[in-house]
Structures are given as structure tokens and as C-alpha cells.
Design a protein around this ligand. Sequence first.
Ligand code: B12
Length: 236
Amino acid sequence: MPLPLQDLLDDAGLNRQHVFALADLPPELLAPMAPAAHERQLLLFGHAGRRLWERVQAEGGSEEHPIDAYSVRTVQRWLAQALPGARARFVYPEGLRPGQHVGLQRLGQLAGWHHPSPFMVGVDSHWGSWFAYRAAILTDTALPPSPREDLGHPCPTCTTRACVSACRGKALSEGPMDFQACQSQRLQDGSPCALGCPARQACPVGAAHRYESSQIAHASRYSLQAIRRYASRPRG
Ligand code: B12
């Protein structure tokens, strides 16, 4: 069942949407959001493929986090037109206390969008790893909950394992991803992984939807900054 005015969201590049009844979500996932009594549903908005970035650039905003600002603006515009009068509260990318976060990949798993890849970013057989979670709101609505949309898990039948051999930090060589090895490689001067993950880019699945290089560099810059912050944190 499509959402009301779903075309507005699709056209804006927020082309994945899922309605959850809060009653169906595990309590530990809900806990950081501390839902109020009138909040009945969680609406999750994602993007897949290149459209979102095209739209963000077309709007030419100069915010520090242009994708987040654009996503919030777009969901607000959609809410005003599609669900006037609904009470809604953002829980992603803003709205929660510092240090609290919504388990987006877990929500993606429940929606059917997320399958684990060796490089930890979720994948499916259509979009590959070229999708992410852009906004989540709690509402007092009674929309029909969405069915799972599972486009398939490509990794179990993958024979080439191109991501594993492309990983420059040898972080994918033995079982679960070695996050320390990934981080150390990214932090080296002139690392080929600083502004884009060669493993993610080597995956052939959904290659037609691979982000444009400026989007890859943009997102990677933020994660590299975060890794630098973690790495410089005092220990003990
Ligand atoms: C924290 C975080 C990070 C941290 C992880 C560091 C750390 N040790 O905490 C950093 C900043 C490194 C990071 C990087 C990236 N992240 Co990140 N990250 C998150 C975040 C905010 C929370 C994850 C979490 O703590 N979950 C809760 C714990 C309990 O669950 P967990 O599964 O054990 O979580 C661990 C892993 O998820 C891991 N992690 C998170 N992201 C990544 C990425 C990689 C490659 C690896 C190895 C691990 C990892 O760190 C978590 C804590 O240890 C989520 C968004 C969210 N709110 O869920 C996005 C998220 C998981 N990240 C995402 C992405 C895309 C990335 C990047 C690819 C961005 C980029 N283009 O550079 C990079 C990965 C590149 C790389 N090789 O480093 C997407 C994944 C989309 C998808 N299709 O599944 C998410 C869902 C954000 C979103 N808006 O969609 N990320």
C-alpha cells in the first residue's frame, strides 16, 4: 500500500519508506526514542541510488550536513501536504539526546532492506550497498503498516568475493570484518581508503546505482572525521 503522496518522496530521492507499528518493534530498539503515549507508528525514510544526491546538489544548500538538512526539510514538506494535522517527531537524523541513537540497520533488517555484507554496510540484490537511512519519525498516525520488502541477499551465492580482495586494509580476510584494521588503513597518510571504500566499490551488485564520486567522497569525509575523533580519544 503506497504512502499518501509517495510520489513526492520518490521524486525527492527518499525513495524507500516503511511504516512500522510501534507495538511490533522490539523494546530495546524503541528504548532510546522513549515514545510518548500518543505515538503509535515509526516512519522510516531511506534513499537508494543516485537521485537524492542530485536533488541535494540542485537545492545547493550550504548547511554543514546538507543531506540531513535536505532530508528533514523534505519529510517536513511531505508531512504538511500528505498528513496535515498529524503529530510527528524526528528521531533521526535529529531529535535524540547526544549519545542516543536509533538502530537504523536493525530497522532496515525488520523492513527487509538490510542484509549484512562482509564490509558491514547493508546490501540487497537490487541496489547493492548503495542505499542508506535518511530520516525516522514517530507519529500518531494509523497508516497501514508496510509489508517487508526483501530484494534478496546477494552475498551467500557470491563466488568472486571482489570486496574481500579489494580491501586494502586486509580487514575482510578472516571472518567478521576487522574494524581496527579498516580504521588503521583509513588513517594512514594518502590512504586509498580515506575518501572511499575500495571494497564497497568493488562489489558488482547494484553497480548501476553506485553513488556519484562526489557523494562517495562527501560521506567518506564525515566518517573519516569520526574515526579521527575516536582514534584521538583518551583511553582508560
Ligand atoms: C557509529 C557509526 C559509524 C562509525 C563506526 C565506528 C564505531 N566503532 O562506532 C563510523 C563513523 C566509522 C562509521 C562509518 C561508516 N558508516 Co556508519 N554508522 C554508524 C551509526 C551511527 C551507528 C551504528 C551503531 O552504533 N549501531 C548500534 C550497534 C549496537 O550496532 P552494531 O551493528 O554493533 O554497530 C556497529 C557497526 O554498525 C559499526 N559500524 C557502523 N558503520 C560501520 C561501517 C563499517 C564499514 C564498519 C566496519 C562498521 C560500522 O559500528 C557500530 C558500533 O561499533 C549508524 C547509524 C545508526 N544510527 O544506526 C551508521 C551506519 C551503520 N553507517 C553507515 C555507513 C554508510 C557508513 C560508511 C560507509 C559511510 C561512508 N561513506 O564513509 C562508513 C564506513 C566506511 C568505513 N569503512 O569506515 C550506514 C549504513 C547504510 C547501510 N546500507 O547499511 C548507517 C546505517 C548510517 C545511515 N544513515 O544509513 N559509521
